[in-house]
Design a protein around this ligand. Structure first.
Ligand SMILES: [Zn+2]
Length: 217
């Protein structure tokens, strides 16, 4: 099965990608992993990407696309894959479509993890990080015995800037702006399915697998 997974920050996308790929026995292909592999492996594309990253610039689409093409050409991706983090926009989705077409194949399904903004805020804004050992607690889901104090080391807990409500809401807005056209593109292609991503991780995986089985038949 050839899949793309999309979802907002805080939807647990990385974790779901891992579980779903392992259930389906297909490789999980994330752009983060591809970047790291190319950079640490010192491939020509990795060197090129690193030049941009060292300057603090965004890696251009062509470089990302070339890395994805290389990765999708590998043996383990011939029977299927789950893409996480690519495509990020409609032009990339069009390139991917053409690429797969050249390979004589196509995407089967695009799975969208659906969580409402308030739920994302609830999940992320409750996170508290230990200044001393870095352990992450959660005010609601994994609270320390004494508020503000790390159970593991007695260190002081604080809220990272990334976990502040304003920051989270801003990231969600950026995500919506970028992703709404992508989701619409795949809806037009008739391969988009939404999965409710609220609730425990295992339940979300089960829901996703139920959807995928329905489409596999
Ligand atoms: Zn600690």
């Amino acid at each position: 099965m050839r899949l793309v997974l999309v979802g907002p920050p805080g939807a647990g996308k990385g974790t779901q990608a891992q579980f779903i790929a392992s259930h389906l026995s297909i490789p999980k292909i994330s752009t983060g992993d591809i970047f790291r592999a190319n950079v640490s492996g010192g491939t020509p594309l990795g060197k090129l990407a690193k030049e941009y990253m060292d300057r603090g610039d965004l890696v251009p689409d062509e470089v990302t696309v070339a890395m994805v093409r290389d990765r999708l050409s590998e043996d383990d991706a011939q029977e299927g894959f789950l893409l996480d983090g690519f495509p990020r926009n409609v032009p990339q989705a069009e390139v991917l479509k053409k690429m797969l077409d050249e390979f004589g194949t196509a995407l089967d399904l695009v799975l969208e993890l659906v969580v409402d903004d308030d739920e994302v805020v609830r999940r992320l804004a409750g996170r508290r990080t230990c200044r001393s050992c870095g352990k992450v607690w959660h005010e609601l889901f994994d609270p320390p015995t004494q508020p503000g104090v790390c159970d593991a080391c007695g260190g002081e807990l604080f809220q990272r800037d990334d976990d502040r409500e304003e920051t989270i809401r801003h990231r969600l807005e950026v995500y919506q702006e970028q992703t709404a056209p992508l989701v619409a593109f795949y809806a037009d292609e008739g391969i988009l399915v939404g999965v409710d991503a609220t609730g425990p991780v295992e339940e979300v995986t089960q829901r996703a697998m139920a959807v995928l089985r329905r489409f596999a038949d």
